[in-house]
Design a protein around this ligand. Sequence first.
Ligand code: URA
Length: 211
Amino acid sequence: MTTKNVNLVSHPLVQHKLSLMREKDRSIKGFRELLNEIGMLLCYEVTRDLPLEMVDIETPLQPMKAPQIAGKKLTFAPILRAGVGFLDGMLALVPSARVAHIGLYRDPETLQAVEYYFKAPHDLSDRTVVMMDPMLATGNSACAAASLLKARGARDIRFVCLLAAPEGIAHFQKEHSDVPIWTAAVDERLNDHGYILPGLGDAGDRMFGTK
Ligand code: URA
């Protein structure tokens, strides 16, 4: 597996919270809260290199030039449904971000991504788009989502996940070598049903209490 373009977020807070999420008896409430908190920490990492510009402001004492984030507002693009678990945490740090919703479900037989909803700000060409899904498993959903965003003009896409399988990273990088990945861990492998091992189970089910 190539690790080029994969940013492993090894911050102790992220690693600790991820371990708590993996535990099978973690409550739905706890799982959701942890995903939200990790979303905030991953947002901090994925925005680390955003360009700044100097603008004129006035403190209560005197005018000064101060740095502010330059360019158009960020767009957050959660892949439904589990990607929504990151959204509140990210919006807590960047409240003015736009949001694109990408509705994809995984066909349980073929494991292929099937699109059922897509709604994004109309012009993505000069925005930084942070695509998010907690699990990068086969890579089918992430590949389809990145293609949909590119078809809408997106050129600067970053993909944030919580856990990745080596197979998913390889698949994604083959189709979207221009999209860097941020993940908290790269696990061992996929099982025959496309679940990440050791993983944390079905992120959507654990967030929403479905099964
Ligand atoms: N989606 C999940 O929620 N979990 C996995 O392990 C793989 C895909």
